[in-house]
Design a protein around this ligand. Structure first.
Ligand code: ADP
Length: 161
């Protein structure tokens, strides 16, 4: 595979995301992690913060590039000249939505294919929302997010640990 895009909100990046990034970076020569800058969702971290955190935690991966995008993923893929989208699948509950999205994207641009990577079992339960919920109440998030960003998540909730 030449190039691929792994899109998401990454609010914040979790160890589950990082696992998909590492595995995708072995499958593709060049991997773009696309950070969605969607004005209708109110994220905890600004798009710049999310991009910077991803840059930090992927700095050892030479073929990984972090970019933000607005609007439709298919348009971003076309601009970047990329035909492959990567998504992670955790459970059957992800499947229905992801299937509909990938079919919609193919209708919008028939050159684009979506590849699904299953989650590593140890991260199957993990989501950015769970991280936020745990952090908000001062729970331990060390097993959920890369070490470099733990304090930044607590800071958002004014929690000192
Ligand atoms: P979105 O808002 O697009 O769902 P997310 O940042 O929540 O963005 O997720 C980005 C992608 O990573 C999605 O394909 C999602 O299914 C996948 N993903 C999220 N958490 C995990 C995990 N723990 N293991 C594997 N894939 C995951």
């Amino acid at each position: 595979m030449k190039s691929a895009i792994y899109p998401g909100s990454f609010d914040p990046v979790t160890l589950g995301h990082l696992d998909i990034i590492r595995r995708s970076a072995q499958l593709a020569d060049h991997l773009i992690v696309g950070v969605l800058n969607n004005s209708t969702k109110k994220p905890l971290f600004s798009v710049e913060e999310r991009v910077n955190m991803l840059k930090e935690v992927t700095k050892d991966l030479e073929n990984v590039e972090i970019m933000s995008f607005q609007g439709l993923l298919v348009d971003f893929a076309r601009e970047q000249n990329v035909q492959v989208i990567i998504r992670g699948l955790r459970a059957v509950t992800d499947f229905e939505y992801e299937l509909a999205m990938s079919q919609t994207n193919r209708v919008a641009n028939s050159d684009i294919d979506t590849i699904f990577l299953n989650t590593s079992l140890k991260y199957a339960y993990l989501s950015s929302s769970i991280v936020k919920e745990m952090a908000m109440y001062g729970g331990d998030i060390r097993k959920f997010v890369p070490a470099q960003i733990i304090d930044r998540v607590y800071e958002k909730y004014n929690i000192i640990r």
